[in-house]
Design a protein around this ligand. Structure first.
Ligand SMILES: O=C1C[C@@](O)(C(=O)O)C[C@@H](O)[C@@H]1O
Length: 146
């Protein structure tokens, strides 16, 4: 089984970025945890701060042999119709994940986080479990394929 993990904008600085919200693990450490948790899955990892690069990556999956995509779009979650349309064009399952609970953050004042323009075109979404959100997301892709 082949799964593409897409980390969006500002996730390259995980570990140093607001650790009280996003935790202390770096992106590489999260990627390593996924490889250890799912030894039978072939992963490709992709991070970009550029919306168009993420769109290009998603477009490249049309007619590919990937079985699923897990994406944390970062702040693109809240406004990128381009990423949304690219996901809609895919036939394989896409799961959206977030480290933080974007709904509770919205209630506590950051209202813009309440809206994900991405989740309506995903198979499902998981938020609020820190790096475990990624594990749960991959598990959802693997188990829904079985
Ligand atoms: O960059 C991020 C990270 C995030 O996607 C998360 O993983 O909790 C939540 C987004 O609202 C935020 O812009």
């Amino acid at each position: 089984m082949k799964i593409l993990i897409i980390h969006g904008v500002n996730l390259n600085i995980l570990g140093k970025r607001e650790p009280e919200i996003y935790g202390t693990l770096t992106l590489d450490e999260i990627n390593e945890i996924l490889k250890k948790e799912f030894p039978d899955v072939e992963f490709e990892f992709f991070q970009s701060n550029f919306e168009g690069e993420i769109v290009n990556k998603l477009n490249s999956l049309i007619d590919s042999d990937f079985d699923g995509v897990l994406i944390n779009p970062g702040a693109f979650t809240h406004y990128s119709y381009a990423i949304r349309d690219a996901i809609s064009s895919l036939k394989i399952p896409v799961v959206e994940v977030h480290l933080s609970n974007i709904q509770s953050r919205a209630e506590r004042g950051e209202k813009f986080r309440a809206k994900s323009v991405i989740s309506p075109v995903c198979k499902g979404y998981i938020a609020g479990f820190g790096y475990l959100s990624y594990i749960l997301g991959v598990e959802a892709i693997v188990k829904s394929k079985q």
